[in-house]
Design a protein around this ligand. Structure first.
Ligand code: SAH
Length: 397
C-alpha cells in the first residue's frame, strides 16, 4: 500500500469527521473518489490543510471507504492491525474463557476501528468477512495479525464483494488446519453445527445470542411457538430447550429442513416431535388462519429484503404488514418477537411500524423488552447506524 492521496470533506461534515465519524461517501466528501484503486490510502484534511483522519478507499454498499485513524503519525501497517486486533480481543477476554459459549464476534468493523471487515470465532477457527476489494487489499497484514490471536487453529473467509461480477469462492479456506464439518460450537451451552466452507451463511447468526437465551430462559416454557424465517431453527431449538410445548419452524429454503433436523438432533431433541415446514411464510400465515391455528409466541426474523415466487418483502416497506399477519395468529396474552437487521430505519421507526400494525388490527399491546447488538458486536457512538439490530418483545392483549 504505497499510494496515498489527500481528500477534502464537504465542509458541512468536517466537524463530524473530527469527532470520529468513520464512513466516507459521495455526500460527505468533495473529492471524486470513483476512479481510485481500491485500497488507496486517503488523508482527509480541512480547508487549511490540517490533518483530520486517515482512511482507505473501498467501495461497498454502505459507502466509498472508511476512516481508520485520527492520529497523524499513525501508519496503516502490520503493527496497526496487530494493535487493532489485540485491542478487540482484550475487550472480549471473558468470551475466550467461557466454556459455554465458544462462538462470538472478535472484531466488528468500524466499531473496533477498521470498517469493512468482521472477524468471528468458532472454537479456535476464525472467519473473516471482507466487505470490499479495498479492505481485501490489506489481507497480508490482517491475516498475519489474525494468526497471532488466542487459540488460533485456522482461518476461513467470505468475500462479500464481487470480482468481475462474480463471487469467487474456492472453499473459503485461508490458512491453518481444516476442521471436519460440521464444526460443533456452543452458545450458552447449546450446540450449533457450523459450516465455514459452504456459502455465505455458516449456520448461525451470532448477533441474536441474547434473544435466544431470553426466549429459552424466560418465555418458552409450556408455550406453542411459531418461528418464521427460521433458517437452521436456532430460535426453535432454544425454545424447545426452554420447555416449549411445541415448535413450528417455517422457512422457504429447502436446505432449512436438513439443517433444522441437524440442529435439533445435536442438542438431543427428537425432531420428529417438532414441526419443520419448508414453505413461504406468507402462504403459511394464510394456511394458519384458515385452519384456525394460533400460537403463544410468534418469532419474526425476516431478511431486510427477500424475493420469493409470489412475494417481494422489503423490511422498510412491509414490516407493518408482516406484523399484522403475526398478530392474527397470536393468542391473547401471547408474545411476538419482532426482529430486523435492516439498517435503513431505526428503533423509533420500527416501534412506529408496531404501533401502526396494532392500530390497524384494532388490538392493544405492550412492549415488554428490546434488544440491539450484543457487546461483542461493538459499535461506536459516532456511527449509530452500525447498530443495525432491533428486536422487540411485544405482548398482545
Ligand atoms: N431467523 C434465522 C435467520 C433468518 S435468515 C435465525 O435465527 O437463524 C433469513 C431466512 O429467511 C433465510 O433462511 C431464507 O431462506 C428465509 N426466507 C426468505 N424469504 C422467505 C419467505 N418468503 N418465506 C420463508 N422464508 C423466507
Amino acid at each position: 500500500m504505497t499510494a496515498e492521496i489527500m481528500i477534502k470533506p464537504n465542509p458541512k461534515f468536517t466537524k463530524q469527521f473530527q469527532k470520529g465519524f468513520p464512513l466516507l461517501n459521495k455526500d460527505n466528501v468533495l473529492t471524486d473518489l470513483n476512479d481510485l484503486v481500491e485500497g488507496t490510502i486517503l488523508t482527509l484534511t480541512d480547508s487549511k490543510r490540517n490533518f483530520i483522519a486517515r482512511g482507505y478507499y473501498g467501495k461497498q454498499n454502505k459507502g466509498l471507504g472508511w476512516l481508520v485513524s485520527w492520529k497523524e503519525q499513525e501508519a496503516i501497517d502490520g503493527a496497526f492491525f496487530d494493535r487493532k486486533l489485540q485491542n478487540a480481543v482484550n475487550q472480549r477476554l471473558h468470551f475466550f474463557y467461557d466454556e459455554d459459549t465458544t462462538a462470538f464476534r472478535v472484531f466488528n468493523s468500524e466499531g473496533d476501528g477498521f470498517g469493512g471487515i468482521t472477524l468471528d470465532y468458532f472454537e479456535g477457527y476464525y472467519l473473516i468477512q471482507w466487505y470490499s476489494k479495498g479492505a481485501y487489499s490489506f489481507k497480508e497484514d490482517i491475516i498475519s495479525a489474525i494468526k497471532k490471536l488466542p487459540n488460533y487453529k485456522g482461518l476461513y473467509q467470505k468475500k462479500r464483494f464481487s470480482i468481475e461480477g462474480k463471487y469467487v469462492d474456492e472453499d473459503d479456506f485461508v490458512d491453518g488446519d481444516r476442521p471436519s464439518f460440521p464444526l460443533l460450537v456452543k452458545e450458552n451451552g447449546v450446540q450449533f453445527a457450523i459450516y465455514l466452507n459452504d456459502g455465505a451463511m455458516v449456520g448461525v447468526f451470532l448477533d441474536q445470542r441474547e434473544v435466544r437465551k431470553r426466549i429459552r430462559d424466560e418465555y418458552a416454557d409450556g408455550k406453542k411457538v411459531l418461528n418464521t424465517f427460521s433458517y437452521t431453527g436456532a430460535f426453535s431449538v432454544f425454545a424447545a430447550l426452554g420447555g416449549a410445548a411445541e415448535t413450528t419452524s417455517v422457512d422457504l429454503a429447502n436446505r432449512s429442513l436438513s439443517k433444522t433436523i441437524e440442529q435439533f438432533s445435536i442438542n438431543g431433541i427428537d425432531y420428529e416431535s417438532e414441526n419443520i415446514i419448508v414453505e413461504d411464510v406468507f402462504k403459511y400465515f394464510k394456511f394458519a388462519v384458515k385452519k384456525e391455528l394460533s400460537f403463544d409466541m410468534v418469532i419474526l426474523d425476516p431478511p431486510s429484503f427477500a424475493r420469493s415466487k409470489k412475494h417481494t418483502f422489503s423490511a422498510s416497506k412491509d414490516y407493518k404488514d408482516l406484523l399484522k399477519e403475526a398478530i392474527a395468529i397470536t393468542k391473547k396474552n401471547g408474545v411476538i418477537v419482532a426482529s430486523t437487521n435492516c439498517s435503513t430505519f431505526d428503533m423509533k421507526k420500527f416501534k412506529g411500524f408496531i404501533d401502526k400494525a396494532f392500530k390497524e388490527t384494532g388490538g392493544s399491546y405492550k412492549l415488554l423488552e428490546e434488544y440491539s447488538l450484543p457487546e461483542d458486536f461493538k459499535t461506536i457512538n459516532q456511527y449509530k447506524q452500525g447498530d443495525y439490530l432491533k428486536v422487540v418483545f411485544i405482548k398482545k392483549y
